[in-house]
Design a protein around this ligand. Structure first.
Ligand code: UD1
Length: 416
């Protein structure tokens, strides 16, 4: 298993090009199941999770052909089973359920089970599809779903916001018979990206970017070419890298408007963001100050930025409180940060962080994707050497981490 070794203390300066968003690419790839024609996605990052999605689609009969930054998807569905072996690696595999049902009227998808950050049920995905007429049963760890006469338009109100369930239902509704209204739908930029691609494929969607999506089902969708939006979580993460090291980084391709509350919290903490046409620059005028944040659906502060922001708060002046409202077990980075000298106490779903002047390098372990990067950030700011084990978590969602950071002067290497 690979580790990453970092010797901290270098203010990072230079340019980092932000890659295409992982969380947009996953549902967009699932759109390959919605048409026999060719769907070409551009600005596709090279990430372990996208390779897993390619494997899943390939075994459904969809050929996934990468060509540099582009990926073409095409072919006929030959198999409607999403096996446990693939789904257990990546929960987003559940995103094939809606498209398979809408397209061929049946799907057998392994239940994803829990994961390190929480139980993460898929009940909303199933309830929404049932509202559209699907018959669903659970058997031997699998979701057995069928809609022999096709899905029907329905009104569905999400009891709380779910990104994945909104995506699954949006894709399914595009090919359903009649009008589907999704209320209290997620508004994350990745949903807007998905809706834009579906529209280019011939779907009829109103309310894009709002919490009410109205979809008039069409008989079939056609091929299209779609450019994936820049990754807002990667953007926020590298903004924290500039801030925590007191550096000066230009985030190329980054879209400040997709950052929502992250931008507000960074500015409140003393980070200076200067917007330009093709990205923005991140610097720090003086020291960092403690800021309280609470994770919320977009445009609130994203749970996927919580661990990285905590690393920043660990070296800020004063105290801060971070409250996690989306996942119940997303503080696994806390004991690791504390091993590096941070002062963080967890009380239920809140963490109190008392800023310290310096962190010190230590051997630590990555526990999940975003938690891994909080340790990278802490290591970049720490005195001495840090070795982060289990970096396969990092490879799931961050492209070329060592190259991007080393390009700005970080002393970082991968140890095989
Ligand atoms: C997506 C993102 C993930 C991010 C999360 C929240 C992808 C591939 N992943 O995950 O990085 O952290 O949004 O922004 O885009 N829930 C239920 N029942 C359901 C569905 C969800 O109880 O059927 C709960 C979850 O356990 C969680 C909350 O709802 O507590 C939000 O989850 P959701 O928005 O669905 O997250 P994902 O789509 O899995």
């Amino acid at each position: 298993m690979d580790s990453i070794r970092i010797t901290g203390g270098v203010p990072l300066t230079g340019t980092i090009a932000i890659s295409g968003a992982k969380n947009a690419a996953l549902p967009l790839m699932a759109c390959g199941l919605l048409t026999d024609e060719r769907l070409t996605l551009t600005n596709v990052a090279k990430l372990a999770d996208l390779a897993t999605m390619s494997d899943l689609l390939a075994q459904h009969g969809i050929a996934v052909e990468p060509d540099g930054r582009n990926t073409s998807l095409g072919g006929r569905i030959t198999n409607t089973e999403a096996p446990y072996d693939i789904v257990r690696k990546m929960r987003a595999s559940i995103l094939v359920l809606g498209p398979l049902l809408a397209r061929v009227g049946e799907a057998r998808v392994s239940l994803p089970g829990g994961c390190a950050i929480g139980t993460r049920p898929v009940d909303l995905h199933l309830k929404g599809l049932e509202a559209m007429g699907a018959k669903i049963s659970l058997d031997g760890g699998y979701i057995d779903a069928s809609a022999p006469h096709g899905l029907k338009g329905a009104d569905f109100v999400f009891p709380f916001v779910s990104v994945g369930a909104t995506e699954n239902l949006l894709m399914a509704a595009s090919l359903a018979d009649g009008i589907t209204t999704l209320k209290n739908a997620a508004r994350e930029p990745e949903i807007t990206d998905l809706a834009t691609c579906l529209t280019a494929m011939g779907a009829k969607i109103e309310g894009i970017g709002t919490d009410t999506l109205v979809v008039e089902g069409v008989k079939s969708l056609h091929g299209a070419t779609h450019a994936i939006l820049p990754d807002r979580i990667e953007t926020g993460t590298y903004a924290c890298a500039a801030a925590i090291t007191g550096g000066d980084i230009f985030l190329e391709n980054a879209r400040a408007s997709d950052l929502g509350a992250v931008l507000t919290s960074l500015r409140e903490a003393g980070v200076v963001i200067t917007e330009a046409e093709n990205g923005f620059r991140v610097t720090r005028a003086n020291g960092l100050h403690g800021v309280d944040v609470m994770t919320e659906p977009f445009p609130g502060f994203p749970t996927d930025m919580q661990a990285q922001f905590m690393a920043l708060m660990a070296v800020a002046q004063g105290a801060s409180m971070i409250t996690e409202t989306i996942f119940e077990n997303r503080f696994m980075h806390v004991p690791e940060l504390n091993r590096m000298g941070a002062k963080v106490n967890v009380h239920g779903s809140s963490a109190i962080i008392r800023g310290v002047p310096k962190l010190s390098g230590a051997p630590v372990m990555a526990t999940d994707l975003r938690a891994s990067f909080s340790l990278v950030l802490a290591a970049l700011a720490a005195e001495g050497e840090t070795t982060i084990a289990r970096v396969y978590h990092l490879d799931r969602g961050y492209e070329s981490v060592e190259q991007k950071l080393a390009g700005c002067g970080a002393r970082i290497e991968r140890v095989h």
